[in-house]
Design a protein around this ligand. Structure first.
Ligand SMILES: NC(=O)c1ccc[n+]([C@@H]2O[C@H](COP(=O)([O-])OP(=O)(O)OC[C@H]3O[C@@H](n4cnc5c(N)ncnc54)[C@H](O)[C@@H]3O)[C@@H](O)[C@H]2O)c1
Length: 484
């Protein structure tokens, strides 16, 4: 830049400063599209396409690549963008996309079992990452993904967008300042209708348009034993994590955040089962989990069955279906889709904290990529890794557990009045659904003790098996590395 500005320099500077003002960060180098961040999106069927539509509205972002292992989806998405003048390179193999030199960052919206590996690959290739929740498929991955972001110096944001909701930020700050006294209990709720996924009698044909080797990635390349390959992977342990690992990471993250806990709890126990019409899913659609944190416990409930057979609606707890209730000495903070409100001890709403559901979460990522300051991220991957692992540890308690009669379950939870109360409501809910627990019993999970220092379970029935399931046998070519 010359010492004396001529008119052209002045115009350039003004334009740059204006651009900087609206992105709220360091000035762009040259301004305009040529200086836009070049982004690729992987996994385009549903969530990834939402991200595409959000990103293409951002003037300082350019979508340069799309990736999906389903050629029909990839072709349709690429064609849709082409129609509006966005020319994106189409790739079926994410590794080829990462070889692109003119790519700065990637957005990952593939199934859960791909998240950590794809993020680590991207970090190694020098790309910044926005990765959907849960950011990992097992506890081992939750640690490696955070280490990779740090080791390779990348900006890695998790898709836990509620971290960007001003109502949560303000409400939690109010609680942390003692506005409601001590926290007694944090409830997390995931009441979401999950109809059965059907039942097949043998292996199903893989859609001809899908590269199944890439779709499976780190998971075993096993025959498809359900009707739909897409989406219903959520309910198969090899690829998904049930609803506690699907919707759950949002609310578990809020619960841990408000508690200010920086690690996993000392103990966890899960009670649950997959109930109702038998189908090919494996994960529980009814689950109650107690996390034993020193500050206060988290009690998490999953309900996928309707209020009653044939209904299209799920129950609610105190008018809430999905959200968090922070029960404190002098009242509660209740959060739903966006923001939250304070209720006094009589349940009267006394103060509202307005939020937007985290609508500026992607913007927060883009800004941090520009400033190269991971500390500016609202949902750094380290935090999301811990919160995702809350879901995984609950599922391990369930998976090493055994069928038990209601009395045995009540006995096991007898020291925890809130869990007993929730169990009572679950029983009423199951009665309404005409579930006979004598015929299809609940699984009483193991009370697993956890050591953050050792990063493993240290006690509880089935502890050895639970520790084996902290990670998986990765398929050659798709191994999640131990990052040191
Ligand atoms: N943050 C949120 O609120 C939110 C909301 C919905 C979904 N999600 C997350 O987004 C992810 C995707 O969810 P969805 O509902 O779109 O799932 P989906 O199954 O409908 O779509 C996944 C897409 O990824 C593609 N894919 C699978 N493996 C791939 C690979 N190795 N490389 C490239 N493409 C691959 C599939 O072909 C499919 O098009 C999930 O992890 C989910 O938890 C987050």
């Amino acid at each position: 830049m010359p010492l004396v500005l001529n008119r052209r320099d002045f115009i350039k500077l003004t334009a740059t400063a204006t651009a900087a003002a609206w992105v709220g960060v360091r000035p762009l180098r040259a301004g305009g599209a040529s200086d836009a961040l070049r982004i690729g999106i992987v996994g385009l069927r549903h969530k990834g396409w939402e991200h595409v539509n959000q990103l293409r509205a951002m003037p300082d972002v350019r979508i340069v690549a799309l990736c999906d292992v389903d050629s029909t989806i990839l072709a349709a998405r690429t064609a849709s963008l082409a129609k509006i003048g966005i020319k994106a390179a189409a790739q079926a193999d994410f590794r080829r996309m990462l070889e692109m030199k003119d790519l700065d960052a990637v957005v990952i919206a593939t199934p859960n079992h791909q998240h950590t590996l794809q993020t680590i690959w991207a970090c190694q290739a020098g790309k910044d990452v926005y990765v959907e929740k849960p950011v990992c498929h097992n506890l081992f991955e939750g640690v490696q993904i955070a280490r990779a972001a740090e080791k390779y110096g990348r900006v890695v944001q998790a898709g836990t967008q509620k971290r960007s909701d001003q109502g949560h930020i303000d409400g939690f700050a109010f609680i942390k300042q003692g506005g409601l006294g001590k926290i007694r209990l944090v409830r997390g709720l995931c009441y979401k209708l999950r109809p059965p996924i059907g039942h097949v009698s043998g292996p199903q044909a893989i859609p001809a348009t899908v590269d199944y080797n890439l779709w499976c990635g780190p998971a075993p390349m096993a025959p498809l034993m359900r009707k739909n390959l897409h989406y219903d992977w959520h309910w198969d342990w090899a690829t998904g994590n049930g609803d506690i690992g699907n919707q759950g990471p949002h609310e578990l993250d809020l619960a841990r955040w408000v508690l200010g806990e920086t690690g996993l709890p000392r103990r966890v126990v899960s009670v649950g089962a997959r109930l109702g019409e038998p189908d090919d899913g494996q994960t529980p659609n009814t689950q109650l989990v107690l996390y034993d944190y020193a500050t206060a416990p988290i009690l998490f409930e999953v309900r996928g069955l309707p209020m009653a057979p044939g209904e299209n609606e799920v129950d609610a707890y105190k008018q809430l279906r999905v959200g968090v209730i922070v029960e404190c000495e002098n009242g509660s903070f209740v959060t739903g889709d966006s923001g939250g409100w304070i209720q006094d001890l009589q349940g009267k709403k006394v103060r509202r904290f307005t939020g937007d559901g985290g609508g500026k979460h992607m913007r927060n990522f883009i800004n941090a990529v520009r400033t190269r300051r991971p500390q500016d991220l609202n949902a750094p991957v380290r935090e999301a890794g811990i919160s995702s692992n809350l879901a995984h540890m609950a599922n391990l308690s369930h998976r090493v557990g055994a069928a038990a009669a209601p009395e045995a379950i009540r006995e096991k939870l007898s020291a925890h009045p809130a869990a007993l109360e929730a169990l009572g409501r679950i029983q009423t809910h199951l009665d309404k659904n005409k579930i006979d627990l004598g015929k299809t019993p609940l699984t009483l999970g193991s009370w697993l003790e956890w050591s953050d220092a050792q990063q493993r379970f240290t006690d509880g029935e089935g502890v050895d098996r639970a520790n084996q399931l902290l990670t998986r046998d990765y398929r050659e070519g798709f191994v999640v590395p131990t990052v040191t």
